[in-house]
Design a binder for this molecule. Structure first.
Ligand code: GLN
Length: 551
């Protein structure tokens, strides 16, 4: 089938962290709102094969796709904006490119040729970009190139873009995201960094078609004219990207700048189909006009870097909007929690979430937080390690096995209530070897999970090695912890609950990965609803107490 997709590359200049992911996702949203089929891909110039082995402090959360790819967190934004799943093909790293080229070399595919960056590495990059467009699934493939133009490691990617522009001039477009800083001492917006960064691209043979200029102040016409003139772009192709109150405003701001129209015009695509952004607007309306606020404690060990829990924070935004509630997150470092400060630190919260994680650092604080939520009937959601800790806590404090533990933290323990999955026991390589991606789960009727999902059959994404040890299942059930979600193929426990508690749900999978603006995740929606109810109950109790005191 001929490749009819249009390719849009998004590069970044001047500094990192300008928000290429959000700009790419916003453009995709606008194109999608006109009825086009769009996907977004991220090329990461680092040598790791995937971010699965990276510590969250490096690049934030590792996002997991349905097909089990461990990817950059930007893919989370793509899914949240487009409400479409991404896959292995949507995240490519230098490590993956080299791995594939070296495998081909070992197989003898290059027939004795010297294997070089050009053409072999650049060909592989182009192949990975065009895989997405080749199946006729998409009208547009937006490819975000990680890093900043001029970085040594991104050079082969820019060269691949140059080649694609040469090979498919009508179907390829380059958007360059740059910064227009404001110098307060001079009281002026400065265009020079943008000029330099476009010059740098030109040195590599790439003339960007559109410049998206990140700025803290509106760009006056004079500044737009200057940028257009010095950077060889049309004036309407200088797009202002002013700092926004929330990332969800960016598609609307880009619409006002007619970003998608300029893109369509440059690619010779008919732009007459109007945009349908009604759903998006109604989300924004609810998100920005909450009727109440709930305070939810997020207990984790990477809270210094909030990007480590990006999908969780965004899932709360979606679920908050759904409940017409603002979710205020209280980021609590699990290492700072102990028996002495627990009450003081956690009292007043309307809900407690214990986050995913690996290794034993901060475990005691997590277990204490769960005990506090359980004993004080505070809504609780545990995710992955959060569920494992909930099981350990119950084992220790309700079943009375004071040494109950996960074999991740103590290899030999008399009560291994969480243990390594059988298929994991022989694995020695760390990369890509966990239980990854989407697995089915059967939810029991009458449970809180069923109430939230409204269905028995669900699919959720996983990323872990350890699991609930079914040898202890009967004991837990008898003591009041209910397995409310089970994998129908393996019998693995995927959700546990405490029916006697107002809302205590913990899951082995990661619901946050599947929450989108159009489809807020049911468990987050249920958790926020329970927290809201608890909050209201506390307020009305307080009010009636005050009334009694007055009388
Ligand atoms: N450390 C746990 C495991 O590997 C949980 C992982 C997680 O929270 N993603 O099973």
């Amino acid at each position: 089938m001929p490749d009819s997709a249009k390719y849009i590359f998004v590069t970044g200049g001047v500094t990192s962290s300008l928000g290429k992911g959000i700009i790419s996702a916003s453009l995709a949203k606008l194109l999608q709102s006109r009825g086009f089929r769009v996907t977004i891909q991220k090329l990461d110039p680092y040598i790791n094969v995937d971010p699965g082995t990276l510590n969250p402090y490096e690049h934030g959360e590792c996002f997991v796709t349905d097909d089990g790819a461990e990817t950059d967190l930007d893919l989370g934004h793509y899914e949240r904006f487009l409400n479409r799943p991404t896959s292995q093909a949507n995240n490519v790293t230098t490590g993956k490119i080299y791995q594939s080229v070296i495998q081909k070399e070992r197989r003898g595919d290059y027939l004795g040729k010297t294997v070089q960056i050009i053409p072999h590495i650049t060909d592989e990059i182009k192949r990975c970009v065009q895989i997405l467009g080749s199946k006729n699934d998409y009208d547009f493939v937006i490819t975000e190139i990680g890093g900043t133009v001029g970085d040594i490691e991104s050079l082969p990617y820019i060269e691949a873009v140059r080649q694609m522009l040469w090979e498919k001039p009508k179907d390829t477009l380059v958007v360059h995201l740059t910064l227009v800083p404001y110098l307060s001492a001079a009281g002026e917006l400065k265009t020079k960094p943008t000029q330099h960064s476009v010059k740098q691209l030109l040195e590599f043979g790439v003339q960007p078609h559109i410049l998206v200029c990140r700025t803290e102040h509106e760009l006056p016409v004079s500044v737009r004219t200057k940028i257009a003139r010095f950077c060889n772009v049309a004036q309407n192709a200088v797009i202002e990207s002013i700092d926004a109150e929330t990332i969800y405003d960016v598609p609307m701001l880009m619409m006002e700048e007619k970003f998608d129209e300029v893109v369509l015009e440059k690619l010779g695509v008919d732009a007459s189909q109007p945009r349908d952004l009604d759903k998006w607007k109604s989300f924004l309306e609810r998100y920005k006009n909450p009727k109440t606020t709930v305070n939810i404690g997020l207990v984790g060990k990477y809270v210094e870097l909030k990007d480590s829990y990006k999908s969780i924070a965004e899932a709360f935004n979606h679920a908050g909007a759904e409940n017409e509630t603002r979710v205020e997150l209280d980021w609590i470092h699990s290492e700072d929690l102990n028996k002495d400060n627990l009450k003081e630190r956690l009292t007043g919260l309307d809900g407690i979430l214990v986050a995913p994680g690996f290794g034993s650092r901060g475990i005691d604080g997590k277990i204490e937080a769960i005990r506090f939520a359980r004993e004080n009937n505070i809504p609780f959601l545990g995710i992955c390690l959060g569920m494992q800790c909930a099981v350990i806590e119950y084992g220790r404090n309700v079943l009375g096995h004071s040494t109950a533990n996960s074999t991740e933290f103590k290899e030999y323990t008399p009560f291994p209530v969480i243990s390594l999955m059988a298929e994991q026991k022989s694995i020695t390589n760390m990369g890509g070897t966990m239980r990854l991606g989407s697995f089915p789960c059967e939810v029991s009727q009458g449970s809180k999970a069923y109430e939230a999902y409204g269905t028995e059959s669900i699919d959720e994404r996983h990323r872990h090695r350890f699991e609930f040890n079914n040898e202890f299942l009967t004991e837990y059930k008898e003591a009041g912890m209910r397995p409310s979600g089970i994998n129908p193929d393996s019998g693995l426990v995927e959700i546990v609950e405490i029916p006697s508690h107002r809302w205590f749900v913990a899951c082995q999978f990661h619901p946050e990965y599947k929450s989108t603006v159009a489809n807020p995740h049911p468990l987050f929606v249920g958790f926020v609803a329970a927290s809201k109810e608890y909050h209201e109950e506390k307020s009305s109790k307080k009010q009636s107490k005050e009334k009694v005191a007055e009388e």
